[in-house]
Design a protein around this ligand. Structure first.
Ligand code: KE4
Length: 429
């Protein structure tokens, strides 16, 4: 597949942008080779600058759950753009999106809009520390919550992809306030709360991890986190930036029936435009300025274009759409496992409505250590074999894949046909 123009653009980009990208995981460092530069997208398809097209399993890292170029959403943004791009003042659209969020996510009694998932989690952490008067926070190895200082400790996603244990530039004193434990290990959580009684402000967790590959919580895990945190007076924060409005209309918390104290959102809630949000218990949210002393702000927070895109997306995410996406997820993953196994490859997978990961060379993936043991070279070879057949997967074994409403049965079948070729190439190599 000829991607010469992408390579030319990458060389040009590197002259003015570090690594040629505005977010590290796009740089293909994990899988090797030059990233693909895209020109346009439609439904499940991406079209690159060399005229190639690909079935898209990233969807802008989650937001494009209705498919690219979703007509009502494009129209909503165009109509708002014709009125104003922004005010720096309140609008009714912000209320409409807030009302929609709290209606769909019952634990979120109040919500504040921000401009990214990072801002959402950074703000939620500050709120938890201010509300509890405690400094320590607990996260889990391989979970990624954006790039704010306190959360770049044993993080996932691009930090894992680039093999960075932590990030330079985070003061040691601040990093020391972040405790990190293996995901899915409830005993370790109980022990750390015994070790630091009354000191931990919050637990922040991806209820379904998506930044060390897709990792599902063990059956009692989330309830255990909830109970241990509350027994000690700590808050439970569900980082649903990835799972929010993806795995169900109310996110992972609705799927598992757990009510966190705070929830962070991003990606889908902005319909592809820059939006994050954090919210939860009203008594906690009231501590945020201007009603409370804990400061948080943003020039473009609640931007009307972004509100229009987010509102349209949520309004079109009906129960039927989730059923369609769920069925497509099952068909794709069952088909991938069947074909890989028939080719003689050892694979395992984790899947949930609209989100999945395929792992090579291991028989289970329950935490970061499992994924670290997987055959990354085989994943990378699979990635490129699929890319060269017009299927665009996440360019890292430590990411999740995303399925949207426009991944029809024909699209899934085309993907499975490409995978059959890719698996046989792997075995033949
Ligand atoms: P952003 O600041 O990138 O909008 O959101 C950070 C974030 C927070 N929490 C979770 C659970 C997330 O998955 C993310 C961001 N996800 C990555 C994909 N693994 C974004 C892709 C990128 O970094 O370019």
């Amino acid at each position: 597949m000829n991607r010469k123009q992408s390579s030319v653009l990458m060389q040009r980009a590197c002259r003015t942008i570090p690594g040629g990208v505005n977010s590290p995981v796009r740089a293909f460092k994990g899988v090797g080779g030059d990233p693909v530069f895209f020109d346009r997208a439609d439904g499940p398809y991406l079209f690159d600058v060399d005229g190639n097209h690909y079935i898209d399993y990233i969807g802008s890292w989650g937001p494009m759950v209705l498919g690219h170029n979703h007509a009502p959403t494009i129209t909503a943004v165009q109509q708002q753009a014709a009125k104003a791009l922004g005010f720096g003042a309140p609008t009714e659209a912000e209320i409409e999106l807030a009302e929609t969020i709290v209606q769909r996510v019952p634990s979120m009694q109040q919500v504040r809009m921000v401009n990214s998932g990072t801002e959402a989690t950074m703000s939620a952490i500050r709120l938890a520390r201010g509300f509890t008067g405690r400094d320590l926070i607990l996260k889990f190895t391989g979970c990624y919550h954006g790039h704010s200082d306190s959360l770049l400790v044993k993080a996932g996603s691009g930090v894992l992809t680039l093999g960075l244990p932590n990030s330079p530039g985070v003061p040691a004193d601040l990093a020391a306030c972040t405790l990190s434990l293996p995901f899915n290990d409830l005993d370790a959580v109980a022990q750390v709360f015994e070790q630091y009684p009354g000191k931990i402000a919050c637990i922040i967790v991806e209820p379904i991890a998506g930044n060390m590959g897709c990792i599902l919580p063990k059956s009692d895990y989330l309830q255990g986190l909830h109970d241990i945190a509350h027994e000690d007076g700590a808050l439970l924060i569900f980082d649903e930036v990835m799972t929010g409005f993806r795995v169900s209309s109310g996110g992972a918390q609705t799927l598992y029936g757990i009510e966190p104290d705070l929830t962070t959102l991003g990606k889908i809630v902005g319909g592809g435009l820059p939006v994050g949000a954090f919210g939860g218990r009203e008594d906690v949210m009231q501590e945020i300025a201007p009603t409370g002393p804990i400061y948080q702000a943003g020039t473009l927070s609640g931007n009307p274009l972004a509100m229009a895109a987010g509102l349209s997306t949520l309004q079109h995410l009906t129960d039927d759409v989730y059923q369609t996406i769920g069925a497509a997820t099952e068909t794709l993953i069952d088909g991938l496992v069947e074909r890989a196994t028939n080719a003689g490859l050892q694979v395992c997978e984790n899947r949930v409505c609209g989100m999945f990961s395929l792992f090579f060379g291991i028989d289970q993936a329950n935490d970061y250590d499992d994924v670290a043991r997987s055959n990354i070279d085989q994943f990378n070879a699979f990635f490129h074999a699929m890319l060269n057949q017009g299927v665009y997967l996440a360019p890292s074994a430590f990411e999740a894949g995303f399925i949207g409403a426009t991944h029809t049965s024909e699209i899934i079948q085309t993907t499975l046909d490409a995978a059959e070729v890719a698996f046989s190439d792997l075995v033949a190599a």
